[in-house]
Design a protein around this ligand. Sequence first.
Ligand code: GLY
Length: 323
Amino acid sequence: MGIALIVHGGAGAIASDRFASAQTGCREAALIGWHKLQEGHSALEAVEAAVRILEDNPNFNAGTGSCLTAEGNIEMDAGIMEGHTQRVGAVANVERIKNPISLARRVLESPHVLLVGRGAQIFAREQGIHLCRRQELLTEHQQANWQHAHAERAARLQQQHGTEPSYYRTELGSTSASATSNHLEDSDEKHGTVGAVALDSFGTLAAATSTGGIVYKYPGRIGDSPLVGAGFYADEQSAISCTGYGEDFMRLLIAKRAADFVARGMNAHAAAEAAIALLGTKATGTGGLIIVDHMGNLGFAWNSTHMAHAYITQDMPEVIAGV
Ligand code: GLY
């Protein structure tokens, strides 16, 4: 058994001019996590460190670079889990937190499992976590995405009702978040998420996932990323992090299903393929996942056009990155 780590930077159709930055970002994150493992740190430390790098990279939809809600706010979700202890920490709908994964890690160390919104913010203050300004998380790129989505909504509402758009309209409630910005359909920018899974030298596993959610999402909408068993999961045999259209990952508990496939004897690669096949047959959502098993085997699969990722194991001379 050797140490192993894999990260992802979101599933979707990645524009060709973004291939290089997506792969470089994933490679950098994988290396940081890898160094932690090499230094003898736990898988939990490694996945937190890798995801922090991805959150700090403005090219990914998590932490800095998170997408905006219909109201123009930044509401982020994150979750982290350690396999052998089954300790879980997650935060949802949090604002002004530079690294939601580290807040989730603090929740994991507390008696709680999942804290949301204002309560998570209070907890952050208690933990001495600095509340940043919204501007520090905002990128021009995501502002442009919001403007585009808003203009599309305005045009559609004008056509349907002959009225000015407002996210307060009940129409927003009856329209799925995925239908709110067609130009981003299957774009990684629409539902990008970041994540990491690792096996450490003690043989323990951990998983972490962090996201800004979906572009122009309904205020308060929470996806799969902070929900254990949906967007992330770890036990004694495998660790999984998901990315994609969260609603379907929640309906199908995709991360737990992938873990169950490993528990039933599938290798990591086959389990990843089987879980994504399930997503394709039981739902219409697109996305992907990464997985590491207790032997250090890695697996990854996606049914979207691309999924940015990078990985390294003890047998490899260097990190391999791809989309
Ligand atoms: N998978 C991220 C989300 O749907 O929010």
